[in-house]
Design a protein around this ligand. Sequence first.
Ligand code: SF4
Ligand code: SF4
Length: 469
Amino acid sequence: MHLPGFRRLSHWRHLRTVLQIPLLIVSIAMILEGLLGPSVAPTNLATTLSWVHFRGALVLVLLCAGNFFCLACPFMLVRNMARRFFRPRLNWPQKLRNKWLSVGLFTLILFCYEEFSLWSSPWWTAWLIVAYFLTVLVVDGVFKHASFCKFVCPIGQFNFVASTISPLEVKVRDLEVCDDCGTKDCIRGRRAPGPELVVIQRGCELALFQPLKVGNMDCTFCLDCVHACPHDNIGILSRLPASELMVDPRRSGIGRFSQRKDLAALAIVFSFGALLNAFGMVSPVYALESWLAGILHVNSKAPVLGVLFAMFLVLEPAVLLGLAAWLTQIWGGSRRALVPLAVRYTYGLVPLGFGMWLAHYSFHFLTGLYTVVPVTQSAFARLGWTAVGSPRWTWLGIPMRVVQPLEIGFLVLGLVGSLLVIHQLAESDCADRPLRAFAPWAAVSVVLWVAAMWMMFQPMDMRGTFLAG
Ligand code: SF4
Ligand code: SF4
C-alpha cells in the first residue's frame, strides 16, 4: 500500500473488471481452440494455457503475493453480468454451508485429470471450462451472495488454502476505527442516502467481517470491502506468511480451525493430493497401476485409480495422522480427543503441501515457459493472421538443470514452513512438553518430504509439452 499509486489502484472501482476482461477473452479463445483447434495437446491453446501456464503462474503469484487469481476470475465477470438480468432469491442450504462438497469436487477434478488424461485432451479441457462457466451461472443464479466461491469452487478452495502461505492479506488498518464505525459497510454494503437504501457497493459476499477476519481463508481478494468501507480503513497489507495457521481464534465467517473437520479434510486433500498428483506423472506409478490392475483383474483405469486415491487420500492420511495424534496424546500429554487433535495439527502440513504443488506446477511452467509463443502464433495463423510470424516449435522453456534446484528449494521451504507451524501448534497445545508433541508431526512431515524428494528425481512425463513421452 506504500507503493506509489498502489493504494489508488486498489480503490479504483473498475480494477477487477479490467483484470477480468482479458482473462474472459483468453477463456473464450481456449474453449474455441479446445473444441475446434488441433487435437495435439502441445499445439493447442486450451491445454497449453490450462495445464502448463495457468497453474504455474497461479502458485507463483500465491507464493509471492496473494489470491489475485480469484480477484481476476473471469467466471465472476460472467456471473455479475448475468445477475443484471436475474436476481438469485435463495440462500445456500444450511446443511451445505461447509467445505465437504468442494472437497469432493476437488478430489473429483484430481481424479478426472488422471482418468481422462486432461493434460493431453484439448476437447475435454474445453468442456471442463464450459462446465465451470455453466455451474457458476446455475449456482449463483439460484443462490444469493458468493455461494459458488465459498462452497463449491474447487479452484477457489485450492487458492484459499494456498493463500494461507501468502505474504499479503486484505485486512483492517486500524481496529480502533472499526470500534467507532457505525455503519459496518464492509459487511453490509454501502447504501445510497434516501428512504429506499439501495446498495451502491456490496459488502463482503463471503461473509467475512473485516474487524474479525483472520487470514486469507475464504477471501477472494475481490476488494468489495475496500470499496465499501467509508473510512478507507481496509488495505492489502503484508503479514508473516503462514502465521494464520499457527493461531486458532474464532474467525469471522469460518469459526475456529480446530473445530472445522471439513476444513481439515480440505487441508488433507490439498497436502496429500499434492503428492498424489505428482506421483501420477512419475514412471513408478505405471508399474504400480499395472500391478493393481492384475490383482483386481480389471482392464480399465478407473477402478485402479479409485484404489490409488483411496490409498493415498484416505488410508495414508488416516494412518499417519492417527498415529501422530495418538503419540501426541501419550508423549505430549495433550488433553484433546484424538480427532480434534488430528484436526488441529493437520493445518501444519499445508506449507509442505504447498511446497509440493509449487515444485510440481512451477516445473511444468518453467520448463514449458516459451511454448505459449508458438502455440499462440499457430492459433493466429489458423485465423489467417500471419503478421505475428510462423511458429517455432523448438521454443520450450528454462532448462531442467536450472529448474530442478528451484524445485528442491520449494520443497525445503515447504518442510521448514510446516515444521515452524507445527512447533507453534505444539507450544500452544502442550506447553509443558512441546517437543514431545512436536516430534510425531515433524516425523510425518519428514516422511512426506522424503517421498516428495524421491519423486522429484524419478523420470517424469513432460505433460503438455513436446517433450511428453
Ligand atoms: S472495516 Fe470499515 S466499514 Fe468495516 S467496521 Fe471497520 S471502519 Fe467500519
Ligand atoms: S470483500 Fe470479503 S472476499 Fe472480498 S476482499 Fe474483502 S474480505 Fe476478501
